[in-house]
Design a protein around this ligand. Structure first.
Ligand code: CMC
Length: 436
């Protein structure tokens, strides 16, 4: 018997099956042969929320949740955050290798020359309510780009894909900045090609009447590091949406709009905004123990804590804490930091959190830092979506070029009625329907 196999005995029939194990997995389709008789559909797995199902092979991002390790294409996140720019990391995610100097120069040039939005986007943006959530504006505007670039539907053409990738990475900061300026009622600012990716984003957000926007270099670098930390995170809810939707060969604008919609949820990228609301609600350091008690009683969750994969300190949260200190040197300390530190201190000692391996995640400190930089909480998830664009697109490319992938279509365990007798409208009563 080959060693890398699994032997299953079906106690319903007494039959034994031997199934290969590859990369620590068995193929769910290999279970289909396990039947009680010719009429039986065959065995399936039941895995709500994909708790133990690999949906793809990927060589982009590696996470070891128990050890708190995150690597892009084999490089530890700590090294990339310290030594690279976001666009360098985006290149790494998309092409599998760090760029050489000339490659990086071309890449930066290509992205920089795709930052402009079609003028009609302004009109589209003006249609949103003045106080519309920027994430709703972001999602809809990304989707609307599908109407501007109908060529994007040729998803099997590699050079066409590259063009859409450059467009999307180039344009997401412009859309994000527009949504912010729409909220505050300021005129939109055009991109400035002399500035780097983060600086140009700051320019489009905050330029007022000065002829040339000058970004604070410490803030620009902190923002760029945050972009690196958020660039990819393997098969999370948003990325799964990206893969699932684009498996239907939908164009990348529409697919990415669905990925960003998933990200908007409070259990996903929306958590950073929720952390700020939570810190506001707690109000002061002395109220932390009472708040923790309520979390333990199950009234609500501690936002910015816990993760499906990390059962250790999220490595990104560690870098963000360091980054926040650099930002506070420029902006002054955000008073909410005291409450956050106290929450973390108590939670990390408390049996409830220790037993469940609940540690601060990426969203716990990012909001405090964003707020100190001058962002409103509503913008936080948009700030997450900008760099995640690189990850979504890398995952999209991988999916499209993977010969094993097909349209994503899970199975279900049907729990509804068997075939029923139809009851005509005039005879319908609850009793008649129940009897039917
Ligand atoms: N506060 C209090 N209890 C928690 C928390 C929390 N933040 N997170 C999980 N638990 C408890 C949960 O109630 C459960 O307890 P019990 O075993 O007694 O029922 C146990 O820990 C296991 O939790 P789970 O809900 O089965 O874990 P999950 O993997 O389904 O959920 C999560 C992961 C991130 C959705 C969850 O931890 C959570 O809701 N956290 C707060 C929201 C948040 O910070 N989200 C950002 C995630 S990181 C960035 C991103 O993904 O975008």
């Amino acid at each position: 018997m080959p060693q890398n196999t699994l032997t299953i005995t079906d106690n319903r029939t007494g039959q034994t099956y031997t199934i290969p194990i590859e990369d620590g997995t068995i193929r769910a389709m290999n279970l289909r042969q396990i039947k009680t008789g010719p009429e039986d559909f065959g065995l399936m797995t039941y895995d709500p929320a994909f708790m133990n199902t690999a949906s793809c092979r990927s060589s982009i991002t590696y996470i070891d949740g128990d050890q708190g390790i995150l690597r892009y294409r084999g490089y530890p996140i700590e090294v990339l955050a310290e030594r690279c720019t976001f666009l360098e990391v985006a290149y790494l995610l998309l092409f599998g290798e760090l760029p050489t100097e000339p490659q990086l120069k071309n890449w930066v040039h290509d992205i920089t020359h795709h930052t402009m939005l079609h003028e009609s986007t302004k009109k589209f943006m003006e249609g949103f309510r003045y106080d519309g959530h920027p994430m709703g504006m972001f999602v809809s505007t990304v989707a609307a780009l599908s109407t501007v670039y109908p060529d994007a539907r040729h998803v099997h053409d590699a050079s066409n894909r590259l063009l859409q990738i450059q467009r999307l990475i180039g344009k997401v900061p412009s859309i994000a900045a527009m949504s912010y300026r729409h909220n505050v009622g300021f005129p939109y600012v055009y991109p400035d090609n002399d500035l780097n990716y983060a600086e140009n984003f700051m320019n489009m957000l905050w330029k007022m009447v000065e002829p040339k926007y000058v970004a604070n270099p410490a803030i620009a670098r902190a923002l760029d590091i945050l972009f690196i930390l958020h660039a990819d995170h393997e098969q999370n809810c948003g990325t799964n949406a990206m893969r699932s939707v684009s498996s239907a060969q939908t164009d990348p604008y529409l697919s990415m709009a669905s990925a960003a919609s998933a990200l908007a949820g409070p259990l996903h990228g929306g958590a950073n905004e929720e952390v700020l609301k939570m810190l506001d609600e707690i109000g002061s350091k002395d109220k932390v123990p009472a708040y923790i008690q309520k979390v333990k009683e199950g009234h609500f969750k501690l936002m910015g804590f816990g993760h499906r994969i990390y059962k250790n300190y999220d490595p990104r949260a560690k870098i963000i804490r360091w980054c926040a200190e650099q930002v506070f040197e420029v902006t002054g300390r955000n008073p909410k930091l005291e409450i956050a530190l106290e929450l973390e201190r108590i939670a990390l000692e408390d049996d409830y959190f220790v037993k469940r391996k609940l540690y601060p995640n990426v969203d716990f400190y990012s909001g405090i830092m964003y707020q100190a930089m001058g962002f409103r909480p509503e913008m936080f998830t948009v700030l997450f979506a900008i760099p995640r664009t690189a990850g979504w697109l890398a995952q999209w490319q991988e999916l499209i070029t993977d010969p094993e992938q097909k349209i994503a279509r899970p199975r279900q365990v049907y729990t509804g009625h068997g075939a029923r007798e139809f009851v005509p409208l005039e005879k319908r009563t609850s009793a008649a329907l129940a009897a039917g």
